[in-house]
Design a protein around this ligand. Structure first.
Ligand code: GLN
Length: 492
């Protein structure tokens, strides 16, 4: 599979035409997306036109940018001007955003070519992409299993070779967990590193956009393109964007690496249970590999991570109940007629939202209501502070931390049907959303049923470069994954 970096190189130097690159990827989508269902929409015409514009720039002697001619897939909660943005919900039926998300503009300015909008759990609520109003996406490594979620379409698109790069959003793990389950690299940047302008809000104090890619170098390349201050997002941080590519060439000698004890399996020291033994084995192999490369590896403790899930599943629904109040039948998408405004509003929301979204709105409304606020929302916010403090303490002893990305490999459809079992998928990813720190998943071998396992690398705020150095070191020694299987007996 060609990397984004190689494509951009070839297109910039004129050895390959962007239109040919895009045609190749559109045929791969055409041949296999009926099985994978990664896309809600394939934007073939727009892609051909954008690729032709890139080629015209090259012919003119102008540089289209570091992603020249690179096909990219966007999670369908990122606004694309004049192109349906559905959040995989019936609620947004027929809605066309009047503007592009800042990240979409940034990618296009760097020469990237959008090939389509990818499937997700409705409004990004879920860990399997089974909660989509348009049906599930399938995992390219085993079509009988989920790709993870909520950015399952983006991760599957990368794994299936539909696009070397995709963007997703991560509120509680939705970039990292599907990347892990699909054998891809996924980065959740520091909160504020990447503009959220044009990302349909789920839980605004957690939401971050980030890349999913086939390797660490491509993920770093895309991260560099989408990072930076944006006055249109008040939480965007005005910080320098380092040369992420240079970080990949650094070594890990002397780096202090802490394996988060609470997330490392076993029954001692308050470790959380419920992790696949193979996932824990890969984690320890990854730690050993870093030690072999010269890092100083030890056991870190971040006790508050054991409360992360509970806190997140109060704060995120609370924010969602407020963010999703705007879907009232008046302003966006769906409207179901009623005798008066109140009835129209009720019927629209009843018909437009799926059951997981409704459950979260109710939970969030309850947690915020007078009398319960202190007991639930307030307490959850205190856990959030505690998490921040525990990470800060761990980072005085360690430069980066390691954990599994997901407690398990990709699971069969329907296997996690009760919400608690599904929510447990996010145990290892949620803590960095609570703290706002960056974290990424890098493939490291396989677990049960020969399916990909991801190891998570966590770093202090704004230290993505250091995180990438460690991920690149892991990638260099990770056992290669077998190719995905996209159809009966076929390989990509
Ligand atoms: N699985 C988590 C949830 O359902 C995280 C989702 C996300 O990161 N968007 O809320």
């Amino acid at each position: 599979m060609t990397t984004a970096a190689a494509i951009a190189n070839d297109v910039r130097s004129g050895t390959r035409r962007a239109v040919d690159v895009v045609e190749g990827h559109l045929s791969q989508i055409e041949a296999h997306d009926s099985n994978v269902a990664a896309f809600n929409a394939v934007t073939a015409d727009e892609a051909r036109a954008a690729a032709a514009a890139v080629d015209a720039m090259v012919a003119d002697g102008r540089d289209p940018g570091p992603l020249a001619g690179v096909p990219v897939a966007y999670k369908d909660n990122l606004c694309t001007r004049g192109i349906a943005t559905t959040c995989s919900s019936r609620m947004l039926e027929g809605w066309l955003p009047p503007y592009d998300a800042t990240v979409v503009t940034a990618m296009a300015s760097a020469g990237a070519v959008m090939v389509g909008k990818t499937n997700l759990d409705e409004f990004a609520m879920g860990s399997s992409t089974e909660n989509s109003a348009f049906g599930p996406t399938r995992n390219p490594y085993d079509l009988a299993r989920v790709p993870g979620g909520s950015s399952g379409g983006s991760a599957a698109a990368v794994a299936a070779g539909f696009a070397p790069l995709a963007l997703g959003s991560d509120t509680g793990g939705s970039i990292r967990q599907p990347a892990a389950l699909c054998g891809a690299v996924g980065i959740k940047p520091t909160y504020g590193r990447v503009s959220r302008y044009g990302l349909v809000a789920f839980a605004s104090s957690f939401d971050q956009i980030g890349p999913i890619a086939g390797d660490v170098a491509d993920a770093a390349l895309a991260l560099g393109v989408i990072s930076g201050h944006d006055p249109a997002d008040s939480t965007s941080v005005p910080a320098e964007v380092p040369d992420f590519g240079a970080a990949l060439r650094e070594g890990v000698e002397g780096l202090r690496v802490g394996v988060i004890g609470e997330l490392a399996g076993g029954s001692s020291n308050g470790s959380l249970g419920g992790m696949d033994p193979e996932v824990i084995e890969r984690l320890h192999e990854a730690a050993d590999a870093l030690a072999d490369a010269g890092a100083r590896v030890g056991r870190a403790s971040v006790p508050a991570v054991t409360y992360g899930l509970t806190a997140y599943y109060l704060i995120a629904p609370a924010e969602a109940s407020s963010n999703l109040a705007r879907y009232d039948g008046t302003r966006y998408g769906l409207r179901v007629a009623g005798a008066d405004a109140e009835e129209m509003n009720r019927l629209t929301r009843r018909a437009g939202f799926g059951s997981e979204v409704k459950a979260r709105i109710m939970l969030g409304t309850f947690a915020l209501s007078a009398g319960y606020y202190d007991a639930y929302y307030g307490k959850a916010q205190r856990v959030r502070m505690l998490t921040r403090r525990d990470f800060d303490a761990a980072y005085t002893d360690f430069d980066v931390l390691l954990s599994p990305t997901s407690p398990c490999v990709a699971f069969p459809f329907g296997e996690r049907s009760d919400p608690m079992t599904m929510y447990r998928c996010d145990t290892c990813t949620i803590p960095s959303n609570l703290s706002g720190d960056p974290a990424m998943s890098v493939p490291f071998g396989t677990g049960a049923a020969d399916l990909p396992v991801g190891v998570q690398v966590l770093a202090p705020a704004m230290c993505e470069a250091r995180m990438l150095t460690v991920a690149a070191a892991l990638e260099r020694v990770a056992p290669p994954l077998r190719p995905p299987r996209l159809g009966a007996g076929e390989e990509s």
